[in-house]
Design a protein. Structure first.
Length: 245
């Protein structure tokens, strides 16, 4: 059996890694060499599956394999040994991948595969954003320029797809470069509320028909620290620093 015949299962393995909802979000952070190695590993499994299926077919119906090969003899290409076995195994594996994707889309939420990938390979920032979406808590993001945003994440970031993250801020401010104390400068709830009220007065629009986008896109490399934000904890720290307040 010529070795170049193994190109088919290797390509099949790569297609499975790329398009399967179980794998494609995980391989985005892998190096090219690692992706190639994973493709070869899956290709070997595809070949093994093909020979297992062929053995089962020969045990159940010994003449069926010969009949299929004879039927396919009209194909005008040079067929090395086990060409059709490997070809059919690749085709079956791609069909199985498609069926698994269909089941996942029907049985699970659209972002569930992303959550699986983050749980397995996500970094600390990605896991924090994932938990913010799932549990609904606010995050405190401090950037390298001492700018601070407090807000929620509405979308779960796909691991390593982009270096940018989106946050819907509720307040923002900055940290003192020396004391690192947080100073709030913008209350988005208050600003948005006044903006909506002004629009309703001028244009007679209902609140539901007014759409505002205050999302902030942050480059992940610029994040200095990130944590869960609790307003009660923030107030207690303020009271300790300023007992007269």
């Amino acid at each position: 059996m010529p070795y170049n015949l193994f190109l088919l299962p290797i390509i099949t393995g790569y297609l499975i890694l790329t398009f399967s909802l179980l794998f494609k979000y995980n391989i985005q952070r892998l190096s090219r060499n690692r992706v190639l190695f994973e493709s070869v590993g899956l290709g070997v499994l595809v070949v093994i599956l093909g020979f297992i299926l062929r053995t089962l077919v020969e045990l159940i119906c010994p003449s069926l394999v010969d009949q299929i090969i004879e039927f396919l003899s009209f194909v005008p290409i040079h067929k090395p040994n086990y060409f059709w076995t490997i070809t059919f195994s690749c085709f079956i594996c791609l069909i199985l991948m498609w069926l698994v994707n269909v089941v996942i889309r029907k049985k699970f939420k659209s972002d569930e595969p992303i959550i699986w990938a983050i749980k397995q390979n996500g970094d600390e920032i990605e896991r924090l954003f994932k938990d913010s979406v799932e549990q609904g808590f606010a995050m405190q993001i401090t950037l390298k320029n001492n700018k601070v945003y407090v807000g929620f994440s509405e979308t779960i970031p796909i691991p390593q797809k982009t270096n940018y993250l989106t946050i819907s801020p509720i307040i923002s401010g900055y940290r003192n470069s020396e004391t690192k104390e947080l100073h709030i400068t913008t209350d988005y709830f208050k600003v948005v509320g006044e903006f909506i009220k002004d629009l309703e007065t001028k244009s007679d629009k209902e609140v539901d028909s007014i759409q505002l986008n205050t999302d902030v896109i942050i480059k992940q490399d610029e994040i200095l620290s990130a944590s869960i934000y609790d307003q009660n904890v923030y107030k207690k720290f303020r009271e300790q620093k300023d007992p007269t307040s």
